[in-house]
Design a binder for this molecule. Structure first.
Ligand code: PGA
Length: 251
């Protein structure tokens, strides 16, 4: 596939982003029922996954042939990746929001081991054996991270264990109203940037400043999502994030 610069699709609100993202994902699955999809958790893509699940339940879409690839997972130093039954596990969240409701049968995840190098090597080998990522579905961290590629993360960075930034620890603690481990495993920028296509979903006025840096600032490892501007990326953003709606605080 020929890669071009990013394509920005402005939408009125978060529901519009979810509909547009679901349309694009469904179209790709219809073209290739065995699509390999890198799956973000976080709050942003939940409405998109709910819309896909609705289409699956209605018999409009079959995602049974898709391979879903985990993007990241918390890592407890001295223990390893969180188990899926830990309420804070991102694998558990991905299962509940994507794998189960969409009827996905094939998955690639970070396995259980206390050796991060081994876990990451096995993960990379599985992604490679699947033929790489066809579609990356991504959210945007408040600090510009993708997955847990915290700033600075250069384009060549591989799948690895990483120390979480203060911003990520704070924003992620909100998901469960409790602290998250200080480290994580993340798919590297190299894998994300080699995806054949990427959808970056951005909603809410709290993302306005970072989205501006992603769209208009320099392409830099300091804002890892800015590096997506070199690949076949579609950015789906609502008015609140784009700043084209009413200024924050106004009705
Ligand atoms: P959010 O998280 O979708 O919950 O805003 C995005 C991220 O931190 O990567």
């Amino acid at each position: 596939m020929v890669k071009t610069g990013p394509d920005l699709q402005p939408l009125p609100d978060a529901q519009g982003v979810a509909q547009a993202a679901a349309d694009r994902i469904a179209a790709r699955v219809q073209d290739n029922p065995e699509l390999t999809v890198l799956v973000a958790t976080g709050l942003t893509p939940m409405a998109t996954y709910a819309e896909l699940a609705r289409r699956v339940r209605a018999g409009e879409l079959d995602m049974g042939g898709v391979t879903a690839v985990q993007l990241d997972e918390y890592w407890q130093p001295g223990e390893g990746a969180l188990h899926g039954d830990d309420p804070r596990s991102l694998w558990g969240w991905m299962q509940r929001s994507f794998v189960e409701p969409l009827g996905v049968r094939r998955t690639i995840r970070f396995g259980d081991s206390s050796d991060p190098l081994e876990v990451c090597a096995r993960y990379d080998a599985a992604v490679q054996a699947a033929g790489g990522i066809d579609l990356a579905v991504l959210g945007l961290g408040p600090n510009g991270h993708l997955g847990f590629n915290e700033p600075p993360s250069p384009a060549h960075s591989g799948t690895r264990r990483i120390d979480l930034s203060t911003e990520s620890l704070a924003s992620n603690a909100v998901y469960w109203h409790q602290a998250v481990p200080p480290q994580a495993l993340t798919t590297g920028m190299a894998t994300i940037l080699s995806a054949r296509a990427a959808l970056l979903l951005v909603t809410g006025a709290h993302k306005r400043a970072v989205l501006d840096r992603v769209l208009n600032g320099p392409q830099t490892p300091e804002v890892p999502a800015s590096l997506l501007r070199t690949v076949g990326t579609v950015i789906l953003a609502d008015e609140a994030a784009l700043g084209s709606g009413a200024p924050v605080g106004e009705p």
